[in-house]
Ligand binder design. Structure first.
Ligand code: MG
Ligand code: ZN
Length: 443
């Protein structure tokens, strides 16, 4: 008890001292855990991990196969932001709580309610001599990664956030995701600045196989976010990037890495169940790789949670006791790319059946035609694709009996998963701030 108490005092002292980002407070010490891999499934509320179990189920066997999520569930976490933002968090306040242990307002990037920078676990890991890395499927300056790397009063200041990755002093050894639009601008070329700071730079997933071991790495694979998993050249790009990142970051002092399945949330906002499950599958493959990695590196901790849930996803809607993910499981391209195809081509019903893997009714086909024939002066092509995308997502939800209550976030608690060294520290009902507080202690 006494030991526990003194530990608590020390860590709260370290936290209060660490409020100023540039202060060097902690001498190098041996960490209880050598490597920490923090994973955020953005928007991945409990309905998503449950949905993935049935999506993943092999109908040829009597058993419903256990998923990698099922194996490592520790408990649930609350996600509410600072009182000024009510009970429903956004990804910025959510990630700030997860990265700093302090709740803030919606929109906050690593700053408190007074807009003061708060030290993040990534910054702290760097200070004590560990390597640090960030691997995401969004742009690398999006809310979640930004809240670990930097500080800004508002998440949509994308250029300023990207600039700060250089201007605050580079604190990552590896940065993989999307975002060339923000890093190669007319007014400033941050890619060249990273190179001038000794970084190697890649733009293709294939190049991950040939990166130099002892040189920091910047990889930007798309202008903004990466393509949907279903549309990408590599449908398991998160696992490919994570695999390369673990090998690259390994060193005698250990590392801290943030991995984010960013687009689970984006699929949730669009009520797009097919892409949501494809993004979850990429995350599941990442975890399966990390299970093996932890077997070989038992001094590694892996923690996974969500910042919030998105869309109010419901498995079995409209009073019917049915949820049928097999209806869309065979899709080989996203419903967004199907919408684009409908907008830009003279298609046949047969072609759409092949893409969606189920047959549209006459009534549904007529609804698509109606949108398609709206004159461009009434609806731009981009808006038309958006409208078609929404419509096709609705058809897929009807076909599988998937329900949605929102195009935004919901306030329900989210699952927490962990495995590897000290994984039991995340058991029970915890708060999102507890995850950062525990990681600070374990670093
Ligand atoms: Mg995010
Ligand atoms: Zn969101």
């Amino acid at each position: 008890m006494k030991k526990l108490l003194s530990l608590c005092i020390c860590s709260s002292l370290a936290l209060s001292l660490s409020l100023h980002a540039n202060e060097q407070v902690t001498p190098k010490k041996a960490s209880p855990v050598k490597n920490i891999i923090m994973i955020v499934g953005d928007g991945m509320g409990p309905a998503y991990t449950t949905a993935y179990r049935y999506y993943n189920d092999n109908p040829a066997t009597a058993a419903i196969e256990e998923t990698v999520f099922d194996r490592h569930l520790q408990g649930m976490s609350s996600t509410y932001p600072a009182p000024v933002s009510g009970y429903v968090t956004d990804s910025a306040a959510g990630a700030t709580a997860l990265s700093t242990g302090i709740k803030s307002y919606n929109g906050a990037i690593g700053v408190d309610v007074d807009k003061k920078p708060i030290k993040t676990v990534l910054e702290y890991a760097k200070e004590i001599g560990k390597k640090t890395g960030v691997v995401v499927t969004s742009q690398v300056n999006h809310a979640t990664p930004a809240s670990y790397i930097t500080h800004n009063e508002y998440r949509r200041n994308y250029n300023a956030i990207a600039d700060s990755f250089i201007d605050n002093g580079i604190n990552v050894d590896l940065l993989l995701g999307g975002g060339t639009q923000y890093f190669e601008r007319e007014d400033r070329n941050l890619v060249n600045e990273f190179k001038a700071n000794g970084f190697q730079y890649i733009t293709q997933y294939e190049q991950l196989a040939n990166i130099k071991a002892n040189q920091p790495l910047l990889g930007l694979f798309a202008p903004v976010g990466l393509p949907w998993a279903l549309d990408d050249t590599n449908k398991h790009r998160l696992s490919t990037m994570t695999k390369a990142a673990t090998a690259h970051l390994e060193n005698e002092h250990g590392y801290f890495m943030l991995v984010e399945a960013s687009q689970v949330d984006w699929a949730g906002h669009s009520n797009d169940i097919a892409s949501a499950m494809a993004e979850m599958d990429d995350l599941a493959q990442t975890l399966i790789f990390l299970e093996k990695y932890v077997e070989q590196h038992p001094d590694t901790l892996v923690v996974l949670t969500a910042d919030h849930s998105t869309g109010g996803l419901t498995l079995g809607a409209n009073g019917k006791y049915i949820w049928q993910p097999a209806e869309f499981k065979g899709m080989e391209q996203s419903s967004h790319s199907v919408a684009q195809f409908v907008a830009e081509n003279n298609y046949t019903a047969k072609e759409l059946t092949k893409m969606l893997t189920f047959e549209l009714t006459e009534e549904q086909l007529a609804q698509l035609q109606e949108i398609k024939k709206i004159p461009l002066k009434e609806l731009t092509q981009a808006k038309k694709i958006k409208k078609l995308y929404k419509k096709i997502n609705h058809f897929i939800s009807q076909q599988s009996n998937t329900g949605w209550t929102s195009g935004g976030h919901t306030a329900i608690d989210v699952p927490v998963f962990a495995f590897g060294k000290k994984h039991h520290k995340f058991k029970g009902k915890i708060d999102n701030t507890d995850i950062a507080k525990t990681i600070f202690k374990l670093l």
